[in-house]
Design a protein around this ligand. Structure first.
Ligand code: TMP
Length: 206
C-alpha cells in the first residue's frame, strides 16, 4: 500500500488541529497506519526552531532568516519523519506545510513567491502533498478564536491586513491547483466542519 501525504492548512483559528485529530481517528478506523505531525516542528530540532520562530526573543528577525528557518525545520522533518513514513506505506497527516510559507512569508510578509519556489524545489525535490485541506474562514472570526486560546505568538500579533493577504494567497494557490486542494468552510460549527472533512476522507479512501 502506498502512503499518502495530507496537509491541513489555513489562517489562525480555523480549527485545523481539532479536525486533524478527527482525521487521524477516521483513517485509523479505516485501517490505515497514520503519522500525525506539524510544521514548523515535528522533530526535536524542528520543535526548537519552532520556538525560535514563534517566540518573542527574536522579534523583528529578517524575513530571509524566518523563511530559511521554516525550510531548515522542513528539511529535518522530511528526512526524519515524512519520507520514512511514506516509504513504509504510512499516511502522513501534517498540520501546515509549504503552503503556509507561500501564504505567510510570501503573501503576508511580501517575499517573492519565486524565491519560495526555489527553496521548495531544493528542500523537497519533487515531493508535494497529495492533498491539502484548506480550512477557510473570515479573518475576524479566526483572530477572535485564536485570541481566546493564549497570548499572541510572533505571527498572531500581526494585524488584520496581514491575515487578509495570507488568506488571499491560500485561495490563489487552491484555485490554481484544484486537484490538490479542498477548501473547507471553517466558519461553521465544529460538527459541520467535521462532516465536510469526513466526506473528503470518504472520497479518497474508497
Ligand atoms: P500553528 O501551527 O500553531 O498554527 O502556528 C504556526 C505558525 O507559524 C502560524 O502562525 C503560521 C506560521 N508558519 C509560517 O509563517 N510559515 C510556515 O511555513 C509555517 C509552516 C508556519
Amino acid at each position: 500500500m502506498v502512503g499518502r501525504f495530507i496537509v491541513a492548512d489555513g489562517i489562525e483559528g480555523a480549527g485545523k488541529t481539532t479536525q486533524l485529530a478527527f482525521m487521524h481517528e477516521y483513517l485509523e478506523q479505516a485501517g490505515y497506519s497514520v503519522v500525525v505531525t506539524r510544521e514548523p516542528g515535528g522533530t526535536t530540532l524542528g520543535e526548537e526552531i519552532r520556538a525560535l520562530l514563534l517566540g518573542h526573543r527574536h522579534d523583528g528577525m529578517a524575513l530571509t532568516t524566518e523563511t530559511l528557518l521554516m525550510f531548515a525545520a522542513r528539511a529535518e522533518h522530511l528526512e526524519r519523519v515524512i519520507r520514512p513514513a511514506l516509504g513504509r506505506g504510512d499516511w502522513v497527516l501534517c498540520d501546515r506545510f509549504t503552503d503556509a510559507t507561500y501564504a505567510y512569508q510570501g503573501g503576508g510578509r511580501g517575499l517573492a513567491l519565486e524565491q519560495i519556489a526555489d527553496l521548495e524545489t531544493w528542500v523537497q525535490g519533487h515531493l508535494r502533498p497529495d492533498l491539502t485541506l484548506l480550512f477557510d474562514l473570515s479573518v475576524e472570526v479566526g483572530l477572535a478564536r485564536a485570541g481566546k486560546r493564549s497570548a499572541a505568538d510572533r505571527f498572531e500579533q500581526e494585524d488584520q491586513a496581514f491575515f487578509e493577504r495570507v488568506r488571499a494567497t491560500y485561495w490563489e494557490r487552491a484555485l490554481q491547483n484544484p486537484n490538490r486542494y479542498r477548501i473547507v468552510n471553517a466558519n461553521q460549527p465544529i460538527e459541520a466542519v467535521r462532516r465536510e472533512v469526513e466526506s473528503i476522507l470518504a472520497a479518497i479512501t474508497l
